[in-house]
Design a protein around this ligand. Structure first.
Ligand SMILES: [Cu+2]
Length: 126
């Protein structure tokens, strides 16, 4: 019966990629930090970044080089704009699905003084 258990494990491992579901990474924005502040992603693998603003006011996730290098559909690209940012009011959330490209990128909150208060981070795609 042992081989049946192995088969079940094999199917469980194969299923997510077979379904083409992107991995999901949650990024929390708060006063005044990103969690995680160092985001690790796999190059060439589609991922849905789920942004949640748990702060008491507006925050954004500004990462122009990261978004510019990544592959995404035109609607997502338009949503990010030329500045490559996701702006969220307090309590809001947003999903961005993309395929990241190898590199180390900087992230900051573009709201006045927030980066100076510590709202900075890195994205490492390897
Ligand atoms: Cu902020």
């Amino acid at each position: 019966m042992k081989h049946i258990a192995y088969l079940a494990v094999a199917v469980a491992l194969i299923a997510p990629s077979a379904a083409q579901n992107p991995a999901r990474v949650e990024i929390v924005l708060a006063n005044f930090k990103f969690t995680p502040s160092a985001i690790s992603l796999k190059a060439g693998q589609p991922v849905t970044l789920h942004f949640v603003n748990q702060g008491s006011g507006g925050h954004d996730f500004t990462a122009p080089e990261f978004f510019k290098a990544a592959t995404m559909d035109t609607a997502t690209r338009a949503k990010l704009g030329k500045k490559g940012r996701i702006d969220l009011s307090a309590g809001d959330s947003a999903d961005v699905t993309l395929t990241p490209k190898v590199g180390n990128y900087k992230v900051k909150c573009g709201h006045f003084l927030h980066a100076g208060f510590g709202m900075t981070g890195t994205i490492i795609v390897s």
